[in-house]
Design a binder for this molecule. Structure first.
Ligand code: R5P
Length: 305
């Protein structure tokens, strides 16, 4: 009978903050793996010899993102190397969970046009060959993972976002900027005990589309927009303009994944009263602990079966 000794969180220094938080919340060990880049940017990784004995037979949680692109290759190399070490003892059987704070390539979750690659599924299929379980924080769409032949956990930052606003900023209404964010934003509204609405598009004529909150008056309201990710900021800025036109007195935005491409933070902070993201990616407004959300989910789930 295989024995499971305990849980260890590992990562390279790139994801050290989330890994340390996760290990702290799970009250377990955190070890750092070696990584560097060759001059041509190819990845080199290594599990230092002195920590290899500590990993054998353990339930290992590897914290790693799939963004930017170079992290994808590095994650596959790390998984393959860890798999070999933890299963290297004949009588001790370890497990391997990949915990992904930000899963890049999630937005292509179906074939929109013939001939496209479903990038979300393609990446997950590669990872699933080298681990027992995946845990992905607030992934854009969960459906692609249903097809995989391994357990996939979906931790969410919603309790942490709610807690952040409940203990600091008065909010009257939570708003989802589009249909894809309704599930997450409405769950947050419920925890914050405030009304929820989402933006709908109303076509006025061939050239004009109005974005307006569905069946809710935001006149005089302090509104919090919740989305899974902010990239260019376009979605949030359009929603903010519409809310201001309809009389909202404050507009705040929260997301799990702050990509903030091409000066998005500056543009957002000019239009909004505040913007906050989690620590799933490094950015100037990363103030909500992604490690805590992943730890809650993994602690509830226990080791992979
Ligand atoms: C889209 O479906 C996502 O949930 C986000 O709303 C979107 O990716 C945000 O992108 P941007 O900040 O560029 O508008």
């Amino acid at each position: 009978m295989a024995s499971h000794v305990g849980t260890t969180v590992v990562s390279t220094s790139t994801h050290a903050d989330v890994a340390l938080s996760l290990a702290t919340w799970m009250e377990t060990t955190n070890l750092t793996l070696e990584h560097r880049r060759f001059p041509d940017r190819e990845a080199y990784i290594r599990i230092p010899e002195e920590i290899q004995p500590e990993l054998i037979g353990q339930d290992i949680i590897l914290v790693t993102n799939t963004y930017p692109d170079e992290q994808i290759v590095q994650s596959i190399l790390l998984l393959q190397a860890l798999e070999k070490v933890i299963r290297s003892h004949p009588s001790k059987s370890g497990t391997l969970t990949i915990a992904i704070p930000y899963y890049g390539y999630a937005r292509q979750d179906k074939q929109f046009l013939p001939g496209e690659s479903i990038s979300s599924t393609t990446l997950a299929t590669h990872f699933s060959m080298h681990c027992d379980r995946m845990a992905i924080l607030d992934v854009h769409a969960k459906e692609p993972f249903d097809e995989l032949d391994l357990e996939v956990l979906h931790p969410t930052l919603i309790p942490e976002i709610s807690e952040f606003f409940n203990s600091g900023i008065e909010i009257d209404v939570v708003l989802a900027p589009d249909a894809g964010s309704v599930e997450r934003a409405s769950a947050a509204a419920k925890l914050m005990q405030v009304p929820f609405t989402h933006l709908t598009k109303r076509r006025i004529d061939a050239h004009t589309v109005i974005h307006e909150p569905k069946e809710l008056d935001v006149e005089g309201a302090r509104v919090l927009i919740i989305d899974d990710m902010i990239s260019t900021g376009g979605t949030i800025i359009r929603a903010t303009q519409s809310l201001r036109e309809q009389g909202a007195i404050e507009v705040h935005a929260a997301c799990t994944h702050g990509l903030f491409t091409a000066g998005a933070t500056e543009r957002l902070l000019t239009s909004l009263d505040s913007v906050v993201a989690s620590t799933s990616l490094p950015n100037p407004v990363a103030r909500i602990d992604a490690g805590k959300a992943i730890a809650r989910c993994l602690s509830e789930a226990g080791p992979p079966t």
